[in-house]
Design a protein around this ligand. Structure first.
Ligand SMILES: NC(=O)c1ccc[n+]([C@@H]2O[C@H](COP(=O)([O-])OP(=O)(O)OC[C@H]3O[C@@H](n4cnc5c(N)ncnc54)[C@H](O)[C@@H]3O)[C@@H](O)[C@H]2O)c1
Length: 356
């Protein structure tokens, strides 16, 4: 059961096809006679190597297996991967296939974008977060000096292969992390369907698999509209940063003790409190809180956080005059808001106080 759910055109001659499928078998079908270099998540390979390798077949040129850890999403890992691409003799005609969650996709895509100045890229996201968000949009990244996504490129995949069934082995905590990005998209889009999806995560089983499939289709359709119009984040794409300005700083300040999805969820809640302090209806923050509780996501900081302002200053949107925050004033009403360092300090401190 394979279905093309999206086809995006980019300003270059590139196109991204997004396919939803029941297994991994077909993900190299479009590869023709091209050879494939596999970049894969170690955990996924320990659970699904047979399916992955069967999908690649005899095209396999080489494999780079990595642990999905923010501490390894670094230039050093990228360099090790380049060395393996060299050793395997990967050429311009070959394909880099990345199989894993957002960490492995970000690193694999970065390598594909820079190897021989760009080779074909296929992504098979294996976490809910990666299926509803990270697999689409062309951002690649590594962390530098413990700061999130400091180096990266824009490089859309040629094919994204989404198999909701692979999520059955995903740990519950990781599943819930993906729900944070679903709530983000529900708020940004104001879509009734996404609001209903973000209303609660079904128990593991067939109903949850169907729910994930619907969530991925709806979230990616919304994201596609934004990134197609603004691929390099010169205008509206900035909206997709809802919850991320604070989320990234929280991840770094906790030494990655919070997962990306958990940090973004707290970032969304704190941003809704900041918006409320600037005039948004109080009832909206309550609705965000209730969704986060329903999805089993954190609504309180795990501990006292120090050193946050250092990481906020490192945000890619930070300028000397201030940082543009995306503040949610209601469903479908998110506003880019420039906050001076003083205003930001006061609003962030107030919001964090409320969720401590
Ligand atoms: N490029 C983008 O547009 C974009 C967007 C959002 C997030 N991201 C990045 O994504 C990263 C977070 O990624 P993530 O939350 O997808 O998770 P992850 O890559 O950190 O993986 C989470 C955990 O799940 C395991 N795992 C993955 N798939 C599994 C499966 N099917 N079964 C069992 N275990 C599995 C991994 O081994 C890991 O332990 C962050 O680095 C973030 O910056 C990128």
């Amino acid at each position: 059961m394979e279905r093309e759910i999206l086809r995006l055109g980019w300003r270059t001659d590139k196109e991204t096809r997004v396919v939803s499928a029941g297994d991994l078998r077909g993900f190299c079908r479009d590869c023709g006679s091209r050879r494939v270099f596999l970049v894969a998540d170690a955990r996924v390979m320990s659970l699904h190597s047979q399916a992955v390798l069967r999908g690649v077949g005899d095209r396999l040129l080489g494999t780079f297996v990595m642990e999905a850890s923010e501490k390894l999403k670094t230039p050093r890992t990228l360099q090790a991967l380049w060395s393996e691409l060299h050793r395997a003799g990967v050429s311009r005609n070959d394909i880099v296939l990345a199989v894993g969650g957002g960490i492995v996709l970000d690193v694999g895509a970065f390598a594909a974008s820079t190897w021989m100045r760009g080779v074909r890229l296929v992504l098979a996201p294996t976490t809910l977060l990666a299926q509803v968000d990270a697999c689409l949009g062309g951002k690649t990244a590594v962390n530098v000096g413990g700061v999130r996504n400091q180096a990266g490129t824009f490089y859309p995949a040629d094919l994204v292969w989404i198999c909701a069934e692979i999520l059955t082995t995903l740990p519950e905590r990781e599943y819930r992390c993906g729900c944070g990005e679903i709530l983000k998209t529900a708020i940004l889009s104001g879509s009734a369907e996404l609001q209903e999806i973000a209303g609660g995560l079904p128990l593991p089983g067939r109903e949850r698999t169907e729910w994930s499939r619907r969530a991925a289709s709806a979230c990616l359709a919304f994201k596609a509209g934004i990134v197609e119009a603004d691929p390099e984040e010169k205008s509206d794409r900035i909206l997709l940063n809802l919850g991320h300005t604070l989320g990234h700083a929280l991840e770094s300040a906790t030494g990655f003790g919070l997962n990306h999805g958990e940090a973004v969820s707290l970032g969304i809640l704190a941003s809704s409190i900041m918006a409320r302090r600037l005039g948004a209806p109080a009832g909206f923050t309550e609705e965000v809180l209730s969704c986060l509780c329903g999805l089993g996501l954190p609504v309180r900081l795990p501990r006292r956080i120090t050193g946050l302002s250092r990481f906020l200053r490192r945000d890619k949107k930070a300028r000397p005059e201030g940082t543009t925050w995306i503040l949610p004033f209601g469903w479908g009403d998110c506003r880019p808001t420039l906050l001076s360092p003083d205003a930001e300090g006061e609003l962030v401190a107030g919001a964090l106080e409320e969720i401590s």
